[in-house]
Design a protein around this ligand. Structure first.
Ligand SMILES: NC(=O)c1ccc[n+]([C@@H]2O[C@H](COP(=O)([O-])OP(=O)(O)OC[C@H]3O[C@@H](n4cnc5c(N)ncnc54)[C@H](OP(=O)(O)O)[C@@H]3O)[C@@H](O)[C@H]2O)c1
Length: 274
């Protein structure tokens, strides 16, 4: 049986990933802070166990490595570094300064590096194996009130790209996932889900509504593009629309373009496009 560690598996993308791996016959070690959630999920899955840990705790990586040794006989084919958090605030805001940047970096970047360091010898021994780091489109494009989050995800993307080249020689593949907007507990996407046109895309804007131009999403916007324009369903002249409209209106298409698949808790990760 192939084995995986999935962090941040008490909800959202991590939970869906754990469910999908379990369905595919993997043994899964799920990790997060909320023990009750992990316990309930592990009880539902066929071959899962859990470690309840705050990944920023100094001994968290060692506890997880010990659990892999005990429960998986020291073999590990997949590490999914998915746990993450966010804080929306401007740098000049009272709650947006260095302490916030530091905290987001600790969870989204430092904890990933520390856990990967402790599991890398096991992954190398188990090669061919993989590390999948869950960053974000915000790890390629920054936006106001997302500086701390973007900094952490840019860091994760850059580090992952270097690690991928280094670890190829050891048979450890390193993948980077850059999800767009997915409504989850920690990332409820209220700005998007509040607006009917954003929820349902073009169809909801009705016949004759202007098309949102191709590539209007964040990945292709120029330096002067608006990032907070998602309250309006209409694209502005010149093809500039808010990032949120562009992405929400073309979720499937954008998912294909960016190789990010749609995740739903009921259905798990959508199958690869044919
Ligand atoms: N949803 C989106 O739109 C979106 C977009 C781009 C990228 N992402 C990324 O996708 C990943 C998963 O997010 P999600 O949307 O699925 O959100 P979510 O449902 O809030 O999941 C976040 C997970 O991380 C865990 N976690 C947070 N801090 C932790 C810590 N200090 N130690 C251990 N576990 C911790 C949480 O569990 P506990 O609270 O139980 O610890 C939870 O299981 C994150 O890295 C996020 O940045 C999400």
């Amino acid at each position: 049986m192939r084995t995986a560690v999935v962090t941040g598996a008490s909800s959202g993308i991590g939970e869906a990933t754990a469910r999908r791996l379990d369905r595919d016959g993997w043994g899964v070690l799920i990790v997060a802070r909320r023990e009750d959630r992990l316990q309930a999920l592990a009880a539902e899955l066929a071959h899962a166990s859990f470690v309840a840990a705050d990944l920023t705790d100094p001994d968290a990586p060692r506890r997880i490595a010990d659990a892999v040794k005990d429960r998986f006989d020291g073999r590990l084919e997949l590490l999914v570094n998915n746990a993450g958090t966010s804080k929306r605030a401007r740098f000049g805001d009272e709650d947006g300064g260095y302490a916030t940047v530091r905290r987001i970096m600790e969870v989204n970047f430092d904890a990933v590096v520390r856990l990967t360091e402790d599991l890398l010898p096991i992954l190398r021994r188990s090669a061919p194996s993989s590390i999948v780091n869950v960053a974000s489109v915000a790890g390629r494009v920054a936006y106001p009130r997302g500086g701390a989050y973007s900094a952490s995800k840019f860091a994760l993307a850059g580090w992952s790209e270097a690690l991928q080249q280094e670890e190829a020689a050891h048979g450890v593949h390193v993948g980077l996932v850059l999800p767009g907007f997915i409504a989850t507990e920690g990332f409820p996407q209220d700005d998007l889900t509040r607006d009917r046109p954003c929820r349902t895309g073009r169809k909801a804007r009705g016949r004759g509504a202007p098309r949102i131009p191709r590539g209007a999403g964040p990945a292709r916007r120029g330096p002067g593009a608006r990032t907070q324009g998602h309250r309006s369903a209409r694209p502005r002249r010149g093809g500039r629309v808010g990032a949120a409209v562009g992405v929400a209106a073309f979720p499937r298409k954008r998912a294909e373009q960016t190789n990010v698949r749609r995740v739903s808790l009921e259905r798990g990760i959508a199958p690869e496009p044919e």
